[in-house]
Ligand binder design. Structure first.
Ligand code: TYC
Length: 100
């Protein structure tokens, strides 16, 4: 360095990119399809057609990815969905799952 001190080269990555989380919605027998479509539009920013496709995928496969986010944002989405479902009296469930 200009003052003669030694600056060591960093050979390892210090800051890791943030881990990403899928927000996965789960099927149930009681939540109305229309409610699920509205929730997906409202909290995951999807248009009507995309939200409908995701809802039908969940209905047929048992689960579906509504979006991929950082840990904090994913946790907020889960809370918002569960809160909306509880207030409407529906058993709709969703979870955040870490990606590798
Ligand atoms: N299976 C529900 C019904 O037949 C619809 C549904 C879809 C519920 C997706 C939850 O995440 C869900 N009314």
């Amino acid at each position: 360095d200009s003052d003669g001190t030694v600056v060591l080269e960093r050979r390892t990555q210090k800051t890791k990119p943030p881990k990403l989380y899928q927000v996965v919605m789960l099927n149930d027998d009681y939540t109305p399809m229309e409610f699920v479509v509205i929730v997906i539009q409202e909290y995951f920013g999807k248009d009507l057609e995309t939200a409908t496709q995701i809802m039908l995928k969940i209905h047929l496969d048992g689960r579906g990815v509504c979006g991929v986010y950082s840990r904090d944002v994913a946790a907020t989405k889960v809370s918002q969905v569960l809160d909306a479902a509880n207030k409407a009296g529906h058993p709709l469930q969703c979870v955040a799952e870490p990606l590798d």
